[in-house]
Design a binder for this molecule. Structure first.
Ligand SMILES: Cc1ncc(C[n+]2csc(CCOP(=O)(O)OP(=O)(O)O)c2C)c(N)n1
Ligand SMILES: [Mg+2]
Length: 480
């Protein structure tokens, strides 16, 4: 056995001395395989991508063609493929931590209006987070999840989408939802489960949705959105859905709509993730899988979640074009998502993006992260690389932003978010009949019976059930 596994004599432990160490131009590609395997394996692969030459290919000489793999060679040297020898996938960065342009080869396609809009959105999310976190602490809200540290990933990616692209989100992508057009009032209606909530108050806070904006409802069980997203993308392709933009106005071809599916590194540990990626790859679904790798799944750090090269390496394994991006760099995220969108819609196939970031906040209001990570680690991240500060530095270098505007913006936004907060909190809850409605087209006998029983209980014990906060009060049950 020992001899069988002892391959060290055949394998050198040095990493390949190629150009892989420098940050590449924007390439979303299976070329990762070439750039990450040991030199020896990479050369085998690149040769195998050439048109097979019957005289030099032992496989063709022997007339063999295994159906289960793409074309490769037979070798005499037996060696295990050791992932430790692979170069980790690089991270694309466009703007450096100090706000200067890192990838100077690219002309940023964001004008002042869009830049300021996205910067405002980053602040709206921050203010929303602060207010709602405090509201939960004061017992005015049951639950909340903060987005801090991931504003750039959410807003940058959403800015690359077209109106008919469907958004499937996990829960920490409020920035994407805001950018798509959900108003602060709508956020508050969902958080307070009031009568204006699109979900009729049935879900816990942060489960946003909007049919008109094509934002699918957030679902608590992790990763369920990933196969749904693959399926939705397949449907868009089959139905030939357009992107929703007048091609003439944008001076471009409309290759159709796609799906973007957000999920965390932890969700990528679920079986649904694997099923979805394989389905999307084999059925050629136009879906952008957008993984936010923020280092934690609640208290489980990524180093305890997996041994491979993050989540990106899994895309390659499924034959999906993949790119890793600096998730704290809004403009880099926008650019890679534009590229991913182009590939997904034009070539009708999935693309995987892994956005590297750090979860600054506790997981949720039910979590105290200092029980499992040092405060110092969080403070370091906040200080050294904050996506909002990085974007602001870029804006300032362009002379599009200054101290005064910053101060004014914060006051203005806090005022307007607080206004919606009070209004949302005071608005009546939906009619109580909503707990029975919408699951079935016509209410079945069993549910009619349950509704009748509930009415009886409410009538028997009126002092125990204060229905004054629900629209229509007792009458809102709709049983009489
Ligand atoms: C199927 C399932 N298992 C466990 C949970 C509990 N849970 C909620 S969020 C979470 C961590 C998810 O981490 P990640 O996907 O990395 O997202 P992040 O919170 O870091 O943004 C877990 C384990 C759940 N909601 N669903
Ligand atoms: Mg995570």
């Amino acid at each position: 056995m020992k001899a069988f596994f002892n391959t060290s004599s055949k394998v050198t432990r040095t990493l390949p001395k190629t150009s892989h160490t420098k940050i590449p131009q924007l390439v979303i590609s299976h070329k990762y395989i070439h750039s990450t395997l040991s030199e020896k394996s990479a050369s085998i692969l690149s040769e195998s991508h050439k048109t097979p030459d019957a005289s030099s290919s032992p496989r063709i000489n022997k007339g063999l063609d295994f159906p289960g793999i793409t074309k490769t060679k037979f070798v005499k040297d037996m060696a295990l493929n050791d992932p430790a020898l692979l170069q980790p996938m690089e991270i694309y960065r466009l703007i450096d931590v100090d706000g200067t342009q890192f990838d100077k080869s690219y002309e940023v396609d964001v004008d002042k209006d869009l830049a300021i809009r996205m910067y405002r959105e980053m602040h709206i999310i921050g203010i929303l987070d602060n207010i709602m976190y405090e509201a939960q602490r004061q017992g005015r809200l049951s639950f909340y999840m903060v987005n801090a540290g991931e504003e750039a990933s959410a807003i940058g990616s959403a800015s690359a989408l077209k109106p008919n692209d469907v958004i499937f989100s996990q829960y920490r992508e409020a920035g994407a939802i805001l950018h798509r057009g959900l108003t602060v009032k709508e956020f508050m209606s969902q958080l307070y489960a009031n009568k204006n909530d699109h979900g009729h108050g049935r879900s816990m806070p942060v489960h946003y949705m909007s049919k008109t904006l094509r934002i699918q409802p957030i679902s608590s069980p992790l990763a369920t959105q990933i196969p749904h997203a693959a399926g939705a993308a397949y449907a868009l392709k089959v139905l030939g859905e357009k992107s929703g933009v007048d091609p003439k106005s944008e001076n471009e071809i409309d290759d159709g709509a796609c799906v973007i599916c957000y999920f965390g590194d932890g969700a990528a540990s679920e079986g649904d993730f694997h099923a979805a990626l394989n389905m999307a790859a084999t059925l050629n679904c136009p879906v952008i899988f957008f993984c936010r790798n923020n280092g934690y799944a609640i208290s489980t750090p990524t180093k305890e979640q997996y041994r491979g090269d993050g989540i990106a390496s899994r895309g390659i394994g499924y034959g999906i074009e993949t790119i890793r991006v600096d998730g704290n760099d809004l403009l880099a995220v926008r650019r890679v998502t534009q590229k991913a969108r182009e590939v997904a819609t034009r070539d009708k196939k999935p693309v995987l993006i892994e956005a590297m970031s750090y979860r600054i906040s506790h997981h949720s209001t039910s979590d105290d992260s200092f029980a499992y990570r040092p405060k110092r680690e969080v403070e370091d991240w906040k200080r050294k690389d904050n996506p909002v500060v990085r974007f602001r530095k870029w804006l300032e270098l362009k002379n599009w932003w200054n101290e005064d505007e910053e101060a004014k913006l914060k006051v203005e936004l806090k005022k307007s978010v607080l206004k919606e907060f009070s209004a949302g909190e005071k608005t009546l809850k939906p009619q109580i009949r909503n707990i029975f409605d919408d699951m079935y087209d016509t209410l079945p006998e069993t549910l009619i019976e349950q509704r009748r029983e509930l009415g009886e209980i409410l009538d028997t014990y009126p002092d125990h059930f204060d229905l004054s906060h629900f629209e229509g009060g007792r009458q809102g049950l709709g049983d009489k």
